[in-house]
Design a protein around this ligand. Structure first.
Ligand code: ADP
Ligand code: MG
Length: 621
């Protein structure tokens, strides 16, 4: 038998490896923008054609590359940013893996023009399928311009997997915002299909936030700033009235890197306490600076998740800093500002995190311990467990506060004959409807007698199901009726939201909205579905955008499906609302006219049934 193992050719190996780094045009945008920042550019322009499917180009005025470096840059594991293992724990640059350019060159056609400040001529290189096609000296500006053309031209399966231009563009705008937000002193511009989408003059963080998130934040930002031995935190939180119904404008950066952390997010929410409604989310843009040795950025390949050496302290700091800020601006009573006593007693709390302190920390035993631990993480990066642990914690607290969970799991109790499939509907007790005998408990649960027991209906979940089926039918047959606004309402949105709304317009029409794009991110609302209150149109659209964002990471649903889900949720009667007998009756009647009355769109039960024989058994009869 001949031997059968061989090494993959470089271009195939690169293509496979590229899959992790470059998933869509927006991944290239992130990498190229970060490279420009690392290259000390002060002006960074992003040019997009066809949502990045045809072109992603980043032009910077940074340090540029020599001819040899420009060639080297496209090799896998080629980086100027780390040299030895210890460097990993002092990372100050955005990149360090040396994979981005190699990955881009494996799945697209790349052109680079680059020149260093002291060089007479620059270098032009063309690469395709990881191979250099052309290289020559060229006259060009100081800095670097990299064009990525025809992404996935050589991997058709992945090209087909890309979403609509509007959807891909939204991802690009997200990545652009995350980098631009973190570096307000740099000039950023984004031009898409020849149109200027962002033009961000250099400024301070507050100005950058307003440039990006919109003018409605002008008088609404509260500064957060705490310096300690352990970490610094600074940035802004939105005053309580900027809180949104879903996670909207929430940005966390650790050492200038955008991160997602349900855990830290929970800390901020907690600090807002009862200043905002239970079901709404505060806006914030917060930067945490920690000694790089205190975080492990290897946890997640796309580096959006992060692991702190001591998450408990992080949580307490974030929460305390936000509380403090709210108290200083007299938004919350200052008595409310308290740190967990256990944490308050730590030495590290009161002094600023100075350079001198950093020196001491680095030589301390504690640091050495962390460093060793970090090395272990690096070699064996399976720290998922702990993350799960936090997730569990956060999920638990979330469900405790009574919000509806997307992925709620229900263990079926033996008591209930609840089944996930339809078909076994309870027969309502005939007298129920005539004798006004429905009971509403805690303004949330509706109790109705059945022929052989009783059911407990959750009013909000049931109504969501009813609306969902109503909207679905409408969306698949004919257009829903529209109520015309007497006075058309104009609405002005932040750029990212405007991109999203434009994308949704055709679907919105089907379910009864009449919205037209004006100019400069403005829209005019001409009509709404019948169940939106007059005067409430603007709010309904804003809410819709927020909820849609919340859903938009969910790839398995079509745009229309997501929209219908959002709207059903938005328009449903809420738990806690008192209902008249007539209303209770309507909800119950309409629920049992549904095709699938017994579960919500996310799989939770809409009602529980208690049968007589179960009850008898429970009573030992
Ligand atoms: P990494 O950023 O992780 O080092 P990349 O593949 O993104 O890896 O880039 C490889 C190297 O190419 C970088 O380390 C840097 O030296 C150089 N480089 C990339 N982009 C630029 C740029 N815009 N200006 C100057 N040098 C760059
Ligand atoms: Mg890089």
């Amino acid at each position: 038998m001949p031997d059968i193992i061989h090494l993959l050719p470089d271009n195939i190996a690169n293509q496979i490896a590229a899959g992790e780094v470059i998933q869509r045009p927006a991944s290239a945008v992130k990498e190229l923008l970060e490279n420009a920042v690392d290259a000390e550019a002060t002006q960074i322009q992003l040019i997009i054609i066809d949502a990045g499917k045809s072109l992603v180009q980043v032009i910077d005025n940074g340090i540029g590359m020599s001819e040899t470096d420009a060639r080297m840059a496209f090799e896998r594991h080629a980086t100027s940013k780390i040299k030895k293992i210890e460097d990993l724990f002092h990372i100050k640059t955005m990149g360090f893996r040396g994979e981005a350019l190699a990955s881009i060159a494996a799945v697209a056609q790349v052109e680079i023009k680059t020149k260093k400040a002291n060089a007479e001529l620059g270098t032009y290189i063309e690469i395709e399928n990881s191979a250099v096609m052309q290289q020559e000296p060229c006259a060009c500006n100081i800095g670097t311009s990299i064009s990525m053309k025809n992404l996935f031209f050589n991997v058709p399966a992945r090209r087909n997997f890309l979403k609509s231009n509007a959807a891909e563009m939204r991802h690009i705008v997200d990545e652009f915002i995350r980098v631009a937000m973190a570096f307000p002193k740099l000039f950023f511009s984004l031009i898409s299909n020849g149109q200027q989408v962002f033009y961000l003059e250099p400024g301070n963080l507050k100005q950058r936030i307003i440039q990006i998130l919109g003018n409605n934040y002008t008088a609404k930002l509260v500064s957060v700033k705490e310096e300690t031995d352990y970490m610094n935190i600074y940035g802004f939180i939105g005053k309580p009235d900027t809180a949104k119904k879903t996670r909207g404008d929430q940005y966390f950066f650790v050492n200038n890197r955008f991160i997602k952390s349900a855990y830290l997010n929970h800390a901020v929410n907690n600090a807002f306490d009862n200043l905002i409604a239970k079901d709404s989310f505060p806006s914030y843009v917060l930067f945490i600076d920690v000694d790089p040795s205190q975080v492990d950025i290897n946890v997640h390949p796309t580096k959006q998740e992060i692991k702190f050496e001591d998450e408990k302290i992080m949580y307490a700091f974030v929460q305390a800093a936000v509380k403090h800020a709210l108290a200083q601006f007299s938004i919350a009573p200052s008595l409310d500002f308290s740190l967990n006593a256990e944490i308050q007693n730590l030495d590290a709390i009161n002094q600023p995190f100075t350079d001198e302190k950093k020196g001491i920390t680095t030589s301390s035993n504690l640091y050495q311990g962390f460093t060793k631990k970090n090395q272990a993480h690096f070699i064996e990066p399976s720290t998922k467990n702990e993350l799960n642990h936090w997730k569990e914690f956060v999920e638990k607290t979330k469900s405790a506060s009574g919000t509806i969970q997307e992925t709620e799991e229900h263990t079926e109790s033996q008591l209930f004959s609840y089944e996930k499939k339809s078909g076994t509907q309870p027969l309502l007790y005939p007298n129920s409807f005539s004798s006004a005998s429905f009971i509403q408990l805690h303004n949330t649960y509706l109790i109705a007698a059945t022929l052989n027991g009783f059911i407990v209906v959750h009013q909000q979940l049931a109504h969501e199901r009813i609306l969902y089926e109503r909207y679905s039918t409408a969306a698949h047959s004919k257009q829903m009726p529209t109520q015309k606004n007497l006075f058309p309402v104009t609405i002005e949105l932040a750029t990212a939201d405007a991109v999203l709304l434009t994308d949704l317009l055709p679907e919105l029409t089907i379910i009864g909205y009449q919205v037209e794009a004006l100019h400069n991110n403005s829209f005019v609302i001409q009509g709404t579905p019948a169940d939106v209150l007059q005067g409430n149109e603007k709010h309904a659209i804003e809410l819709l955008i927020e909820q849609f964002k919340h859903f938009s990471s969910d790839v398995k649903f079509s745009k229309r499906e997501k929209l219908i889900r959002c709207i059903s949720r938005q328009h449903a009667i809420k738990a806690g609302q008192a209902l008249s007998q007539k209303e209770i009756q309507t909800v119950i009647e309409e629920l049992f006219q549904c095709t699938t009355p017994n579960i919500t769109i996310s799989g939770a039960p809409t009602y529980l049934e208690f049968k007589e024989d179960y009850l008898d058994r429970m009573f030992g009869k």
